[in-house]
Design a protein around this ligand. Sequence first.
Ligand SMILES: C[S@@+](CC[C@H](N)C(=O)[O-])C[C@H]1O[C@@H](n2cnc3c(N)ncnc32)[C@H](O)[C@@H]1O
Length: 196
Amino acid sequence: MEALAGQTIPKSAPDLSNIDIIADDETEQAIMLARSYAQRRHGMWAIIDSIWTRDLADWMGERTCLEVMAGAGWLAKSLSAHGVDLVATDLDVKAKWGKRPTVHPVKALDALTAIVQHPEAEVLLVSWPPYADPIIEQVAEVWGTERPIIYIGEAKGGCTATEVFCTQLHIVEKLEIPHWPGLHDEVMIGNYMIGR
Ligand SMILES: C[S@@+](CC[C@H](N)C(=O)[O-])C[C@H]1O[C@@H](n2cnc3c(N)ncnc32)[C@H](O)[C@@H]1O
């Protein structure tokens, strides 16, 4: 929470995975408040820390990355600190997604325009694309099947992206990341296979 308030990347995130949120009202309220504080107040949906983003940066290596739907830019800030060559973009929809002070430069661009404007990008990064919104399928189709997509979110049936997107993303590698109790987001790396 201190790191969020100070707009710095936490060195590591607390392990919340074993907390039983419905154990008692106090625990449930505390977790819900903390999650709302991170997501709605500070625009950090996936829990970002220096440890797992180091592993992701190592996977990316020298490749040029385009991040769409970057929100406040937490992931971009952490990956850039690890040396990743990255452009972060997001459609400005503050009213829908709550307050969102950016912590890193984020270009105001909708995801489809961002892909067209950044043909040099070798890797597409997207974290927590909106649930049940087919925009993520359109984004993946425009991006194409050749270049990899790094998707951070829940698998098919979860609270991010769409069933079609999750089905058509052919995953070749996964990274575990810290998550909020009751959620199971992870890093999934693969290529989009249309009609799969
Ligand atoms: C749940 S937030 C995730 C933010 C960030 N990626 C994270 O993990 O913390 C979803 C983000 O998608 C963005 N978004 C939604 N539709 C978009 C579109 N068509 N083009 C670009 N960004 C979009 C919203 O503005 C919001 O910042």
